[in-house]
Design a protein around this ligand. Structure first.
Ligand code: SAM
Length: 249
């Protein structure tokens, strides 16, 4: 694994408490495209991190096994979800038996894998007819302040490479010729300015940039955001991008 892929480990708690979750409409869309509900399903949540998506899957009644390679993220997941079976592994080589899962989910983690290997592994572990679901939250750049913030982030060395767009810039999402269903789910949440900046600081680009330039960026960002949200309540706008592939029956 690259240092950047593992860099979440250093901020596992901040990550867990500040990252947005995923909207119910996204899980509805996965169920629809996957042709069955999560309730009663065997679901493998890969790159589970601290368990943000895992918690939503459990709430829907899925029987979830979490797969997470990073020790810090896995430690946090285990402390908040002690009853969830947790496997320390990469999606590129899943230590799970063939045809054992109804769903394999990758919440914001597919872009860290060797995609050809991870795809082969997901198809092996899924039952015929089972579904591989890849999803990402991306900031909604059709909202002017979000687009302006992204421009500032890029000016500070950020690559904007989050989400499905960043993943596609790095190479094809899926092996050539694989059929998939794509959906986009817009949603928003209102958080305090501090929570918004914490979420920002949990992005991998800042941990690679280092502490002093991160602090400078966040101070300037606080001043900019107070111009848009003088009461300190930030309405974050997102789109959840979803790609679902069914294993042929
Ligand atoms: C952005 S976090 C997403 C965590 C969680 N799924 C969520 O929605 O908050 C990406 C996670 O992928 C993990 N990861 C990195 N490389 C991976 C790989 N090759 N296979 C599976 N997970 C990987 C990282 O350790 C990290 O916990």
């Amino acid at each position: 694994m690259t240092a950047r892929a593992l860099s979440f480990d250093a901020v596992a708690e901040l990550y867990d408490t500040s990252r947005p979750g995923y909207p119910p409409a996204l899980f509805d869309a996965v169920e629809e495209a996957g042709g069955r509900p999560f309730a009663g399903s065997v679901t493998v949540d890969v790159g589970a991190g601290t368990g943000i998506a895992t918690r939503s899957l459990l709430a829907r009644g899925a029987r979830v096994t979490a797969v997470e390679p990073g020790p810090g993220m896995a430690g946090r997941l285990h402390s908040v979800l002690p009853d969830v079976p947790l496997v320390r592994a990469l999606g590129d080589a899943l230590p799970l038996v063939d045809e054992s899962a109804d769903f394999v989910t990758y919440a914001q983690s597919w872009h860290w894998t060797d995609r050809a290997r991870a795809f082969g592994e997901a198809m092996r572990v899924l039952r015929p007819g089972g579904a591989l679901a890849l999803f990402w939250n991306v900031s909604d750049h059709s909202v002017p302040w979000v687009a302006a913030q992204d421009a500032r982030l890029r000016a500070h060395g950020g690559d904007g490479g989050h989400g499905i767009h960043g993943a596609r810039e790095q190479g094809p999402l899926l092996p050539e010729g694989v059929e998939f269903e794509g959906r986009r789910v817009p949603w928003s949440r209102t958080v305090t300015l501090d929570a918004h900046l914490d979420n920002f600081a949990s992005h991998s680009v800042f941990r690679v940039l280092g502490e002093s330039s991160t602090a400078a960026f966040l101070a300037a960002e606080r001043a900019e955001l107070l111009k848009v949200f003088p009461d300190g309540a930030v309405e974050e706008s997102y789109v959840s991008d979803l790609v679902v592939v069914r294993r042929p029956v």
